[in-house]
Design a protein around this ligand. Structure first.
Ligand SMILES: Nc1ncnc2c1ncn2[C@@H]1O[C@H](COP(=O)(O)OP(=O)(O)OP(=O)(O)O)[C@@H](O)[C@H]1O
Ligand SMILES: [Mg+2]
Length: 242
């Protein structure tokens, strides 16, 4: 399998504040690629750079072997990048079906008939079909997270970007999300999943990157990354002298 994504020495930030510092990593096609790192280490900022919401001051981003470093954000979406937001942002007064339909019709510029079929398929895939007429604002947190994933799927992404979709859920609900991610991988999506819950990262990812201060500290086999001394010290707050 080829590489779906390559970050090559990306530096980027907000205004003059640089957050990502020569960040490099590679995601293979078909992989679930996990990302961990302390609060403020630049994980969500990496998604913002990948989606073109902030412009790198140096480096290159290759998506599916195409250089997208200067490609506008809306074009990147149509090329096959779909994201969830760390804080779910559904249209609160619209039904679940309408929420997914907006993404399916506008995000991927499908015609309405195709968009409707796509939206219904996604609602089934994400376990929301029975609730499709409910108003988004009335959902439980689990269903809001599911809807966030469904909306991202509406743009028919080749690479799906999940930002803490399991945060705040009960253990049983976290397992639900892990099952959904496994189903999406089986359906052929490549996925980058940012999450603080270690069990999800060990149980669901093919490769794991730990970030700190806008850099890749370690990347590789999830179990090895979690057990490494540097990651334990940095991320899990384990002291050398304990
Ligand atoms: N819009 C913004 N303008 C200025 N600084 C920002 C902005 N968004 C984030 N930052 C800063 O960038 C740094 C990285 O933030 P980011 O949200 O990428 O971290 P994160 O790794 O996703 O953290 P968390 O685990 O808490 O979600 C932080 O210091 C944050 O305060
Ligand atoms: Mg974040």
């Amino acid at each position: 399998m080829g590489n779906i994504l390559e970050f090559q020495d990306i530096s980027a930030g907000y205004g003059r504040i640089q957050i990502l510092n020569d960040l490099s990593f590679t995601v293979k096609e078909g992989q679930v690629f996990g990302v961990i790192g302390p609060n403020g280490s630049g994980k969500t900022t990496m998604f913002n750079a990948l989606l073109g919401l902030i412009k790198p001051s140096s480096g290159r981003i290759l998506f599916d072997s195409i250089d997208i470093t200067r490609t506008p954000s809306n074009v990147r979406c149509k090329m096959g990048l779909g994201r969830t937001f760390q804080v779910p942002k559904p249209f609160e007064n619209m039904s679940l079906y309408e929420n997914v339909l907006v993404a399916a019709v506008h995000g991927a510029s499908n015609n309405e008939r195709f968009g409707r079929e796509l939206a219904l398929g996604i609602l089934k895939q994400t376990g929301l079909y029975e609730k499709r007429e409910l108003t988004a604002g009335k959902l439980t947190l689990l269903d809001r997270k599911r809807l966030e994933i469904a909306r991202a799927l509406g743009t028919a992404p080749k690479l799906l970007l999940l930002d803490e979709v399991a945060a705040g859920l009960t253990d049983a609900e976290v397992k639900d999300i892990m099952k959904l991610v496994a189903d999406l991988k089986a359906a052929g999506h490549s996925i980058i999943w940012i999450e603080h819950i270690i069990e999800t990262m060990i149980g669901s990812t093919d490769a794991l990157m730990c970030m700190a201060e806008g850099k890749c500290i370690m990347v590789g086999d999830p179990q090895e990354v979690i057990s490494s001394e540097e990651v334990q010290r940095l991320y899990l707050g384990v002291d050398d002298n304990e």
